[in-house]
Design a protein around this ligand. Structure first.
Ligand SMILES: Nc1ncnc2c1ncn2[C@@H]1O[C@H](COP(=O)(O)OP(=O)(O)O)[C@@H](O)[C@H]1O
Ligand SMILES: [Mg+2]
Length: 281
């Protein structure tokens, strides 16, 4: 059984006319790394809100269809219980920072405090996560006085610290420079290898290609394409959609068009390099 299963889900935010999700069906299995891509306004964040139970428990509106987490409908889940299973890093780090804590340390510890984690363990975990995310030097600073990129890392740290089995991460790198982005992806990759289920919304397609097992392409509130990363990212149909595919995949498809196909269409530079080297032999 899939860990998260959506069947024919439609959802409309209150006071809006159009559906943000429209007849959407998909499923997520434990331990896999999912990338969600697609146009702005396609419904990616709304899907995250649903999986985390903010829809329908916080956002009212009209929800139809089934959304099952471990077989139990989202409408029946207690949100506090769900938050101990599914960590959610919001797209906008300003939403996530509580505003009530005076240091980064306290801010990152907030979830652990709610879970009742013993103090010594809490201190150790917070410091460890802050160092991983390169905000160790900021733990005494006021979270309200940080830059966007720093806030994004603090928001991320507070969720990683909770050590949930599943992480829903909505555009964690939108405020970060290339180096910060690379760093966050390394951390996400480490989380993946610790057997967590990861659902990541991200526009940086090369990083998606490098790390994700499965991909969902969202368009108009529904899943337009889904499947193993390699299969989805080499689809010709995607060239006609607003979702992007890696440049090397475009190159691979162009080689096919030119009648000089590589053994397969690559999605990462490394893969392209190997395929070209093999062909050279
Ligand atoms: N809080 C909200 N209230 C009303 N409409 C919303 C809200 N959040 C998103 N929407 C609408 O829902 C649709 C999907 O948006 P969203 O899930 O944010 O897409 P994405 O994350 O893919 O950019 C859009 O039409 C957007 O305007
Ligand atoms: Mg979004």
């Amino acid at each position: 059984m899939a860990f998260i299963e959506l069947k024919n889900v439609s959802y409309k935010y209150p006071y809006t006319k159009d559906f943000a999700l429209h007849d959407l069906s998909c499923s997520f299995e434990k331990g896999k790394f999912y990338g969600i891509i697609g146009e702005n306004g396609g419904g990616k964040t709304t899907l995250c809100n649903l999986i985390r139970g903010l829809i329908p428990h916080f956002y009212l509106g009209k929800l139809t269809g089934e959304c099952l987490i471990e077989g139990k409908d989202i409408r029946e889940w207690d949100t506090a219980e769900l938050s101990s299973k599914i960590g959610y890093v919001f797209q906008n780090p300003f939403t996530q920072i509580s505003g009530i804590k005076s240091t980064v340390f306290e801010e990152v510890a907030i979830g652990l405090e709610n879970l009742g984690v013993p103090k010594d363990e809490m201190i150790e975990r917070v410091i460890d996560v802050c160092n991983q995310l390169d905000i160790g030097h900021l733990i005494k600073n006021n979270p309200n006085e940080l830059s966007g990129g720093q806030r994004q890392r603090v928001a991320f740290a507070s969720i990683i610290a909770m050590d949930t089995d599943t992480l829903v991460i909505d555009e964690p790198t939108s405020q970060l420079d290339p180096e910060g982005t690379e760093n966050v992806f390394k951390i996400i990759n480490t989380l993946k290898h610790s057997n967590k289920t990861i659902i990541l919304v991200e526009h940086k397609i090369d990083l998606i290609a490098e790390f994700c097992d499965e991909i969902l392409v969202m368009e108009n509130g529904t899943v337009a394409f889904s499947g193993p990363a390699h299969e989805v990212l080499t689809k010709r149909e995607l060239l006609e959609h607003k979702a992007s595919i890696p440049e090397v995949a475009r190159f691979g498809l162009a080689m096919e068009d030119a009648g000089k196909p590589l053994e397969r269409v690559p999605v990462t530079l490394d893969e392209a390099y190997k395929l070209i080297k093999e062909r050279g032999r």
